[in-house]
Design a protein around this ligand. Structure first.
Ligand SMILES: *[C@@H]1O[C@H](CO)[C@@H](O)[C@H](O)[C@H]1NC(C)=O
Ligand SMILES: *[C@@H]1O[C@H](CO)[C@@H](O)[C@H](O)[C@H]1NC(C)=O
Ligand SMILES: *[C@@H]1O[C@H](CO)[C@@H](O)[C@H](O)[C@H]1NC(C)=O
Ligand SMILES: *[C@@H]1O[C@H](CO)[C@@H](O)[C@H](O)[C@H]1NC(C)=O
Ligand SMILES: *[C@@H]1O[C@H](CO)[C@@H](O)[C@H](O)[C@H]1NC(C)=O
Ligand SMILES: *[C@@H]1O[C@H](CO)[C@@H](O)[C@H](O)[C@H]1NC(C)=O
Ligand SMILES: *[C@@H]1O[C@H](CO)[C@@H](O)[C@H](O)[C@H]1NC(C)=O
Ligand SMILES: *[C@@H]1O[C@H](CO)[C@@H](O)[C@H](O)[C@H]1NC(C)=O
Ligand SMILES: *[C@@H]1O[C@H](CO)[C@@H](O)[C@H](O)[C@H]1NC(C)=O
Ligand SMILES: *[C@@H]1O[C@H](CO)[C@@H](O)[C@H](O)[C@H]1NC(C)=O
Ligand SMILES: *[C@@H]1O[C@H](CO)[C@@H](O)[C@H](O)[C@H]1NC(C)=O
Length: 388
């Protein structure tokens, strides 16, 4: 008797994925849209929960409903998100490894992602009461054990007191092939986050983060790794307190501003800083064509005087100001104790003789001394998929 045709299809899909792809396609068959309707989670990790707005076989119609259904414990969980555009905010506060997989037939690249999660919440800084509302409250995706652990200013260690996180949050959050978008930001109305993290570890693969001001916040005792991903914004669009590492990613400006506004503090056990490796720092592909952004973007400004930002082997287009980095302000420069560096920068945005005096231009040997992934994180992070 011939095997049922879904098994033949699955075998064909599996062999196609194995043959065409390297190990990046670990979840390619699970993420494929070509599977039999009745078996949406075929070849997904055991227990995968399926979310879809249109498929009656789905367990949930919203991502947050699926996340909320997970046990608040250390058990691993996988959520497969069907192709579609979801307007919602997603909040992952559990501790166990939690993975979101976006349906796609092209897992190697974010360019053909089929899943977008968006919201339009922004913070009006004119009316904001800092003890009640924080910039981080606008995030489309939050990964943190509780509200105050995610906050930018208030909460644990400094700022308005809030409940201290009694535990670390998610030890291993992963997302593949998902677009996170804060669309409020398109008008430049104030802080509007696509992603915020605190007291948690997270990694992203072929995912995008789009906003305008403050697109992403890697907060207190937070560590995040972005591989083959994209971040778009304009004002301080990558900001934080924790450790962020971007690898083979596109960082694109949609207006005048800074790529990074970083803070440092010895209060947390993770090292801190924003690190970019083999990435492109450029004009956003969707920037308003009427804007002349030549020289309008800098590589960073010090949110406090312990700021650390390093660019390694990255391409910079003409949107990067020849000076590279900038001080906070003329009356409060904050550039005495910061550490800003570049190694192997190339492209029209790099001019060694025009760079500010506080930009360390490193050799490859110096970079290998201090800024390998192992050095940055104090050991190779085991929660990252380095095969992608
Ligand atoms: C953001 O998402 C939440 C949860 O789905 C929703 O209640 C809220 O209305 C959304 N906010 C905006 C401004 O879109
Ligand atoms: C996320 O969930 C945590 C834990 O229930 C809660 O403290 C926090 O306020 C939530 N955050 C958001 C942005 O909804
Ligand atoms: C670090 O911790 C100390 C002591 O709790 C606190 O006074 C200080 O404000 C903290 N610094 C930051 C940047 O959070
Ligand atoms: C922010 O609040 C002020 C004061 O209420 C208001 O005038 C302004 O329009 C608000 N901004 C936005 C973008 O809604
Ligand atoms: C930071 O997180 C680690 C877990 O990665 C934890 O051991 C440590 O206590 C946390 N540090 C603070 C200051 O909360
Ligand atoms: C864009 O701005 C740059 C720098 O100010 C200037 O040199 C260039 O001529 C401008 N280009 C256009 C098309 O206006
Ligand atoms: C760094 O900032 C801290 C806190 O604002 C301040 O106390 C300290 O004097 C500054 N250090 C330098 C060298 O400017
Ligand atoms: C690089 O910067 C120096 C110093 O500002 C300037 O003289 C030179 O023309 C610049 N080179 C290019 C290619 O723009
Ligand atoms: C800080 O920046 C100012 C203005 O660019 C510069 O004059 C000064 O030398 C810088 N200080 C350090 C320590 O690099
Ligand atoms: C590397 O780190 C060590 C120890 O912190 C420091 O002494 C050295 O100057 C650093 N080298 C570079 C190139 O930053
Ligand atoms: C979070 O990541 C850091 C850096 O890799 C690591 O030192 C720490 O142990 C991780 N925390 C947990 C709870 O896994």
């Amino acid at each position: 008797m011939a095997p049922p045709c879904y098994l033949l299809l699955a075998a064909a899909l599996a062999s196609a994925a194995c043959a065409s792809a390297t190990s990046f396609a670990r979840y390619a068959v699970c993420q494929s849209t070509l599977k039999p309707k009745l078996l949406p989670t075929l070849f997904c990790p055991a227990g995968t929960i399926y979310v879809s707005q249109t498929d009656s076989h789905a367990h949930f119609t919203s991502v947050q409903a699926a996340v909320a259904s997970l046990p608040k414990d250390d058990s691993p969980a996988v959520i497969l998100i069907g192709a579609g555009t979801y307007q919602e905010a997603v909040n992952v506060s559990r501790t166990g490894p939690t993975m979101l997989l976006g349906q796609t037939d092209h897992p190697a690249s974010y360019a053909q992602n089929l899943v977008t999660i968006f919201n339009t919440t922004f913070i009006n800084q004119t009316t904001q009461i800092a003890s009640l509302q924080d910039n981080a409250d606008s995030a489309v995706l939050t990964v943190a054990p509780n509200k105050y652990a995610a906050w930018t200013g208030a909460g644990y260690y400094g700022g308005t007191p809030g409940p201290i996180p009694d535990a670390f949050g998610c030890t291993d959050f992963k997302a593949y092939n998902i677009n996170f978008e804060n669309r409020a930001a398109n008008g430049g109305v104030g802080p509007a986050l696509a992603f915020g993290i605190g007291f948690a570890n997270a990694s992203f693969y072929a995912s995008t983060f789009r906003g305008m001001q403050d697109t992403m916040f890697v907060g207190k005792n937070g560590s995040a790794v972005f591989r083959k991903s994209q971040v778009l914004g304009s004002v301080d669009y990558i900001y934080g307190f924790g450790t962020a590492y971007f690898d083979q990613s596109l960082i694109g400006t949609r207006g005048a501003g800074c790529t990074t506004a970083w803070k440092g503090t010895p209060n947390y056990t993770n090292t801190y800083g924003a690190y970019f490796s083999q990435s492109s720092i450029v004009r956003a592909p969707d920037a308003n064509p009427a804007l002349n952004l030549t020289g309008m973007q800098t590589l960073g400004r010090p949110w406090n005087n312990a700021s650390v930002v390093v660019y390694i082997d990255s391409y910079m287009d003409s949107t990067i100001n020849p000076a590279g980095f900038q001080i906070w302000s003329p009356t409060d420069p904050r550039n005495e104790t910061i550490y800003y560096a570049e190694e192997g920068s190339h492209g029209p945005g790099f001019n060694a003789s025009a760079r500010v005096s506080f930009d360390h231009l490193l050799t490859t040997k110096q970079t290998r001394q201090n800024f390998t992934v192992e050095k940055i994180f104090g050991g190779l992070p085991m929660w990252v998929d380095w095969n992608f």
